[in-house]
Design a protein around this ligand. Structure first.
Ligand SMILES: C[S@@+](CC[C@H](N)C(=O)[O-])C[C@H]1O[C@@H](n2cnc3c(N)ncnc32)[C@H](O)[C@@H]1O
Length: 211
């Protein structure tokens, strides 16, 4: 797949600098993120693309927004008419900024989802996976990734899909994620890369289909 395509982001991003996500997401960075109009706009645009990739979503779908942050995606899904949205994040302060009562906020780790099997019609995760898997030499990240993917698999109804948009640092990390999923889970799937050769516009999505 995409054999002629390569990338390596030189700039160090927060997920490479901070071992512990709680050290980066302080009151100040959380507020900065949540009140950024441009960030909201970008995340909504990515959400629209995720819906397009999921293909034929229905307004009565039960959708999990995994790693919801302040809820840009969840709230946007609601305004688009999706009736049943669940916003889930690891950091409680993210879930307190906006009124999220209509999107059922849940404080939890997306690698250990607190749900019964076969609940969701779709999982959408925007810009969160790079916090979970970012170092090919750290085997605990392999385990977290496997837990996350298997949690998604378990929470999804049969024949349903997850779409995960993320920002891997390089192609090796992206491909490793693909290999770990193929080896350790029952999902079928593929990467979808928009604007592969334009670093500013590049968006990477992982589409996972449950049998
Ligand atoms: C860059 S923000 C994106 C937030 C949101 N998806 C958006 O589009 O605005 C990354 C989010 O992923 C969340 N996150 C990272 N690891 C997580 C985990 N293991 N479980 C749940 N949320 C996680 C962070 O707390 C943060 O809110």
């Amino acid at each position: 797949m995409n054999e002629d395509f390569n990338f390596n982001v030189k700039k160090e991003r927060p997920e490479e600098i901070y071992q512990n996500i709680f050290d980066y997401y302080t009151e100040q960075t959380i507020l900065q993120y949540a009140t950024s109009k441009s960030m909201k706009k970008i995340q909504e645009k990515i959400t629209l693309r995720a819906l397009e990739i999921l293909d034929h979503t229905k307004k009565n779908y039960i959708i999990l927004d995994a790693g919801s942050g302040p809820g840009f995606t969840s709230i946007f899904l609601k305004t688009l008419g999706y009736k049943n949205v669940v916003a889930l994040d690891l950091i409680s302060d993210f879930l307190k900024i906006f009124d999220l009562k209509d999107v059922n906020p849940i404080l939890a780790d997306m690698c250990f989802l607190p749900f019964r099997s076969h609940i969701f019609d779709a999982v959408i995760s925007i810009s969160a996976l790079q916090w979970i898997y970012r170092d090919i030499n750290n085997k605990s990240m392999d385990l977290k990734l496997i837990n996350m993917i298997n949690s998604f698999y378990n929470a999804l109804k049969p024949k349903c899909k997850a779409v995960i948009q993320f920002y891997p640092k390089n192609k090796t990390i992206m491909e490793n994620i693909g290999k770990i999923i193929v080896k350790n889970t029952d999902f079928d799937g593929n990467f979808i890369i928009d604007n592969p050769n334009n670093p500013k516009k590049r968006k990477i999505f992982l589409l996972l289909k449950k049998n």
